[in-house]
Design a protein around this ligand. Structure first.
Ligand SMILES: NC(=O)c1ccc[n+]([C@@H]2O[C@H](COP(=O)([O-])OP(=O)(O)OC[C@H]3O[C@@H](n4cnc5c(N)ncnc54)[C@H](O)[C@@H]3O)[C@@H](O)[C@H]2O)c1
Length: 276
């Protein structure tokens, strides 16, 4: 077991990649703090983890709310005494009006999306770090996005925040290495989760979009599944990566290979579809 008796906090873990990461960690012996915006949704995943024979607590902490973050950290410490692993997974562009390009972005939308995708992970990390420093051990994983590296749709606030995460990761990795705290990032390509609901509703429309992306943009010619991110997360959370810090894993079907030649434009595709 790669994570026997470790304790991990995964934000946004009621759905998608976060849930998949939490379950993968539990299979490897880890106890979990499951956090999301709905307590009943967090509880469902915590129950799945308990069914695997691990300990789990469910919390409802909005990562844009520092009081709720602090309560979550305290709950984790009082239950488990420490936090070994933090996965800053919660994020996305829920409820986005328009697509965040230079014609339609607003200051309020910028603040909302940057708060969720950059300030939120920063605040969760600052809240958890004192416990890691005390134990002289920690593994922190940030979840960025290919859009931060090679955008194929204009989402200014989200992509900027996800690029900022990489700067935060590198600076923390440098600062915390002497304290035996490892900090790395995963850059996912397109992964089939509810994340995509804002762009294309589940069903035939989404399938057509996914097929077009997979064919034109992904050398492996397939859209990823949440489990495709759980594997790299396990590597970065475990002793398998004990000489790895400040690094980025692109889990994107080879997408960065096309970084300078990406030809697929999601926005143009959706506009074309809407015209038909
Ligand atoms: N799916 C993709 O194609 C893709 C690609 C690149 C990066 N990402 C990033 O991966 C991460 C996971 O996304 P996913 O695809 O699993 O999406 P998802 O929507 O399935 O899951 C995200 C979870 O985060 C929770 N969440 C949202 N805001 C929160 C908040 N303020 N506090 C606590 N929890 C909150 C949601 O309720 C949800 O359960 C996100 O950071 C997302 O931006 C996703």
């Amino acid at each position: 077991m790669l994570l026997k008796d470790k304790v991990a906090l995964v934000t946004g873990s009621a759905n998608g990649m976060g849930r998949s990461i939490a379950l993968k960690f539990a299979e490897q012996g880890c106890n979990l703090i499951i956090d999301d915006l709905s307590l009943s949704a967090s509880q469902k995943v915590a129950d799945e983890i308990k069914a695997l024979g691990r300990k789990a607590i469910a919390v409802k902490a909005d990562i844009t709310n520092s009081a709720e973050i602090e309560k979550m950290t305290q709950a984790a410490i009082s239950e488990f005494g420490r936090i070994d692993i933090l996965v800053n997974n919660a994020g996305g562009v829920p409820g986005t009006e328009g697509r965040g390009n230079s014609d339609n972005i607003t200051e309020a939308e910028w603040d909302r999306v940057v708060d969720l995708n950059l300030k939120g992970p920063f605040m969760v990390t600052m809240s958890v770090l004192p416990a890691m420093k005390k134990n002289k051990y920690g593994k922190i994983i940030f979840v960025s996005s290919m859009g931060a590296v090679s955008p194929c749709v204009s989402v200014l606030h989200y992509h900027t925040a996800k690029a900022g995460i990489l700067g935060l990761m590198k600076n923390l990795a440098f600062e915390l290495a002497p304290q035996n705290i490892y900090v790395n990032a995963i850059v996912p390509g397109p992964i089939d989760t509810t994340f995509w609901d804002a762009l294309a509703p589940a069903g035939p429309e989404r399938e057509a979009l996914f097929n077009a992306i997979a064919k034109k943009e992904i050398p492996l010619e397939k859209i990823g599944r949440p489990e495709d991110i759980a594997g790299p997360a396990l590597f970065l959370a475990s002793g398998l990566s004990d000489y790895v810090t400040g690094q980025i894993i692109h889990a994107a079907g080879g997408q960065p290979l096309l970084a300078h030649g990406a030809t697929f434009n999601i926005e143009a595709y959706l506009m074309e579809k809407a015209k038909k």
